[in-house]
Design a protein around this ligand. Structure first.
Ligand code: AMP
Ligand code: GLY
Length: 431
């Protein structure tokens, strides 16, 4: 007797950024996907899926839609709805969904929870302490000195981390979170941790309970300006492979980080199922975990999907159904590089609704895909509708070749109100 399989059937993707456009393009080609829906999607996703105007965090709206439209499988892109319990609500309604439930989502939703799991199960991370009381936090700070890192416990839209170079800066960050309520409830608990030095990389794996299937590594560029200057953003570009993550290091990352975490989550009664994204610091003392995310990275997902040869949807369904033993990913040998184009002013205030042209011209280049992040279509025009707007992604024999092609594509896009970094991939190109 063969087990009942969820798909083929209708698939709903939740989210509307560049990551989701990359996931949508990968999933729609699967023989398992009879029709693809996306809530809420964007103008690029609308070319491959039926977009429905339901917000990614509208849990009740998504569950209702999934039932009414007879959706067979839901894939959740962003962390927000996962932390809110969207997967719990869908499964309670009988709709299979890919992503961690609310309890497992704490690996990203609470930095203190993540640190406690790492401490208990021997996962290498920065030394830390957790605080709610401002005086206790400052007393600890004085014993540690600067530089040091202060983090709001909860989700803070990428703004909850302060890398403090001086004690005064650290004190100010503690005060802002615990007294000033800068992050609301998300910052009423904080983690103070040791500053780690080295080179950052991201590594992804599918997890179902104790089973872990590695994907690949990528590197992101968080700072807004060339040469890694200026404020941090959600990510201004990414590339893969990341040569700092050698095959030997990838096995070490599996053995020392992913496997003990997966086992620990099972032991704690909050088994993790979904994609687990480790933000790593590779330094003199070896590899350490900076953070876990419970979803694909954005824009890391864009380069992962550009390199993926296997059926993504089949792998996500296998993970959800507890059949990860059937999954082995195949990747293109070529490198992929994604340049994010953002609205001028981002990550500060920026204008919305400015017109964009030239995407079709950019995509006539071979091995170039322009993923949409914040876009909308209006009367046959494409308009910017967010901070990060496009992810211009190219494949090449080497990172240098992918970089050259990605910027050739960027230069075909006519968007006077946008900008991008001109040095995505610099570390890899310089090596
Ligand atoms: P997180 O939201 O925890 O990923 O932190 C955002 C960014 O802050 C990371 O990508 C790092 O660049 C930096 N960061 C976080 N924790 C540390 C740490 N312990 N040492 C050095 N940099 C850190
Ligand atoms: N690009 C970093 C992230 O998605 O968290």
């Amino acid at each position: 007797m063969t087990a009942k399989r969820t798909l083929p059937g209708r698939v709903l993707l939740v989210g509307g950024g560049g990551r989701e456009h990359a996931l949508a393009r990968a999933m729609v080609t699967s023989p398992l996907c009879e029709a693809l829906y996306c809530a809420p999607g964007n103008a690029g996703i609308a070319e491959v899926a039926h977009c429905v105007p339901i917000g990614a965090e509208d849990v009740d709206g998504i569950v209702r839609f999934a039932k009414e439209e007879n959706i067979a499988f839901v894939v959740v892109g962003p962390e927000g709805p996962l932390v809110l319990g969207l997967v719990d609500a869908l499964e309670a309604a009988g709709v299979p969904a890919f992503g961690p439930d609310r309890k497992a989502a704490r690996l990203e939703g609470s930095k203190g929870f993540m640190k406690d799991i790492c401490a208990k199960y021997g996962v290498p991370t920065a030394a830390y302490a957790r605080f709610q009381d401002v005086e206790a936090a400052k007393a600890y700070l004085r014993t540690q000195g600067a530089p040091i890192v202060i983090k709001a416990d909860g989700l803070a839209a990428g703004k909850g981390v302060t890398v403090a170079r001086t004690l005064a800066e650290a004190e100010a960050a503690i005060e802002e979170a615990l007294v000033g309520d800068r992050f609301g409830a998300a910052g009423r608990d904080i983690v103070i941790e040791e500053l780690l030095e080295g080179e950052e990389a991201s590594f992804f794996a599918l997890v179902d309970g104790e089973a872990v299937v590695p994907m690949i590594a990528a590197q992101d560029h968080k700072a807004v300006g060339d040469g890694d200057t200026g404020p941090n953003t959600g990510g201004m570009g990414a590339y893969s492979p990341a040569s700092v993550v050698t095959a030997a290091l990838a096995s070490e990352i599996m053995e020392r980080i992913f496997l003990p975490t997966a086992r620990g989550m099972v032991a704690e009664g909050c088994s993790f199922r979904g994609v687990l994204f480790a933000g790593l610091m590779i330094g003199k003392g070896g590899v350490k975990l900076l953070e876990f995310n419970i979803r694909f990275g954005d824009p890391e997902c864009q380069v992962l999907m550009a390199r993926l040869e296997s059926d993504l949807l089949a792998a996500l369904v296998a993970a959800q159904e507890g059949r990860l033993d059937e999954v082995a990913f195949r990747w293109r040998k070529e490198a992929a590089l994604c340049v994010v184009m953002a609205a001028k002013g981002y990550p500060g205030a920026y204008e919305k609704g400015t017109p964009i042209q030239g995407i079709a011209e950019a995509e006539t280049l071979p091995d170039v895909v322009v993923y949409h992040a914040g876009t909308k279509a209006e009367e046959n025009r494409l308009l910017a509708a967010g901070g990060r707007v496009l992810g211009v992604t190219a494949l090449g024999e080497t990172i240098e070749a992918a970089q050259r092609l990605a910027y050739e594509a960027v230069d075909r896009i006519d968007w006077p109100d946008g900008f991008c970094r001109r040095d995505i991939g610099w570390r890899a190109v310089g090596r």
